[in-house]
Design a protein around this ligand. Sequence first.
Ligand code: NAP
Length: 287
Amino acid sequence: MAKTLIIGATGTVGGLVLEEAVRRNVDVRALVRNKERANLPGTVEVVQGDLADRESVAAALKGVDSAFYVSPHETNEVEIATIFGEEAQRAGARLAFGGFHVEDDEARAAASRAIPAYGPKLALAAFLASTDTQPAMFSLTNFDQNDEVFRADIEAGVFPTPLHPGGVNRIDLRDAAEVMTNALTDPGFEAGAYQLLGPESLNGEQSARIWAEALGREVVYTGADPEWRKAFERRLSGQKLVDWIRSFELLSAAPIGTDPAEVEIMTKLLGRAPRTLRDYVRDSVNR
Ligand SMILES: NC(=O)c1ccc[n+]([C@@H]2O[C@H](COP(=O)([O-])OP(=O)(O)OC[C@H]3O[C@@H](n4cnc5c(N)ncnc54)[C@H](OP(=O)(O)O)[C@@H]3O)[C@@H](O)[C@H]2O)c1
């Protein structure tokens, strides 16, 4: 049976890819930093290691047919992605990447100049895309699951995430995980860059209203308050806090539209329409 390695399995993105792969009875191995803390399903082969430790990465990739990579919130993210790409290539594994990738060299250079904070992320994705791993490079829009970080605030009546009034495309990571798992399990999945997205762009007010309806209580959007970073500081720390603040500075400054042609491609990849934020919130509230 084909085997797949999942990076970031204890985190948000990798965790949902792992969940989907386990649901499909895929033979899964997960590389984790702490085996005792990991708490993964019993069918998963859990190996301990660190992305910064080349030997443990090479050992984790041994004998796998495919591997999922998500770049953790780490200051050495370029270095660890480089190790992973090189070792995946050496192991002959196909690679699926979930994050942010701009395929065109000129557009990527322009994006790096416009958003210097994203330079390392763009560089590491470009490196992974250049490896001989049949790479499937998935770019994801704003996650519906981000709201869970602020779940206690939302339940207390405040939606604090700044989203541009023009709307930001929001994706349910469960949909992304389905498509990315297809890439892991199908040896014929075409290498290349894919934009994964949800069916609509929503601003902060609209997102707050969806939560309010599901919870049956008032939820006030406070993301337009210049002090919005304080809510992030209460819920996040370290490099994750730095990355999230940078991302939401961008998301509050510019909209992310929804291209119907891209939604059509997403629908084809999924074999059904992508989930709405309303679908996500309903499932989350009823869980
Ligand atoms: N588009 C969006 O809305 C959005 C939102 C958030 C994040 N992102 C992007 O998604 C990525 C982060 O994914 P995430 O949200 O799933 O992160 P996350 O929940 O913080 O999970 C990170 C995972 O990586 C693991 N990890 C960290 N450092 C490691 C190392 N040195 N060796 C091995 N494993 C390591 C962590 O394991 P431990 O259990 O050991 O810590 C954890 O499983 C970033 O690239 C970020 O830019 C995008």
